[in-house]
Design a binder for this molecule. Sequence first.
Ligand code: CTP
Ligand code: CA
Length: 226
Amino acid sequence: VCGLYQEKALMNQHWVITAGPTREAIDPVRYISNHSSGKMGYAIAQAAVNAGAKVTLISGPVNIPEPSSVELINVMSAEQMHQQALLKAKGADVFIACAAVADYRVVEIAEQKIKKTADNHHMQINLVKNPDIVADVAALSEKPFTVGFAAETQDVEQYALDKLTRKNLDLIAANNVALSGQGFNSDNNALTVFSATSQQDISLMRKSDVAEQLVDIIAEQLGEKR
Ligand code: CTP
Ligand code: CA
C-alpha cells in the first residue's frame, strides 16, 4: 500500500467515482431514496487523490465536507448521475461505481404537493426502472477499467459474480450489509474484491483504510491489464 501513495503512482490518471444515494422526487416535498452515507465513495476519492490521480467525484446528496483536490459534481437523481457519469467516464482510466443508485424512479412527478383525502386510504405510485450507470459506462467503446460494488444481505459471492458478468465489470467489491458494524452509514467496512479470475479479501477496518487497499488492488490489476 505504501509505495503507491509515496510515489504518487497514479499521476497522469483520471479516476471517476460515483458516491452516495440518489433521490427520486415524488412531488415538490417528497422523494424516494436509501440509507447510503457516501462515506465509502468519498474515502476512495481521497485515497485516489493521495496516490496522485486526478479524481472526478459524482455525488448524490450526502453530509460530508467537500474533499480537497477533487472535481466534485453534485447530482440528485439517478438520471442526472447517469448523464454526468457517461460524460466524465469517456477517456477516463478508471470508473468506480460506489453510489447506491435508486433502481426505480417515479413515472410522473407531481407538480404540486400530493394531498391525502378522506377516501384515498390506499395509494399507488408508478415507478419505472432507472438506467444502469455502471453497465452503460462498461459498454462504452473506450471503456475505462470499471469497478462496481455489490451490497448484499445474502448469497454475497453468487450475486456479486453475477453482477460482474452481467454488467461487464473488471472488478466488483462485495460486502455483506447484513453484518453489523459495516456497510451503509458505518465508519468501517469489509470487502471481498472479485475479478473473473481472482478473489481478494479486505478485512474489517476504517473506510479510509479499506479505500487505500481497494485503490491498491485496482492499480495492481490495471497494471496487469495494460
Ligand atoms: N448501479 C448503477 N446504476 C444503477 C444501479 C446500480 O450504476 N441504476 C451500480 C452500483 O453503483 C453498484 C452496482 O451497480 O456499483 C451494483 O448495484 P446493486 O444495487 O447491488 O445492483 P443492481 O443491479 O441494482 O441489483 P439489485 O439492487 O437488484 O441487487
Ligand atoms: Ca440496486
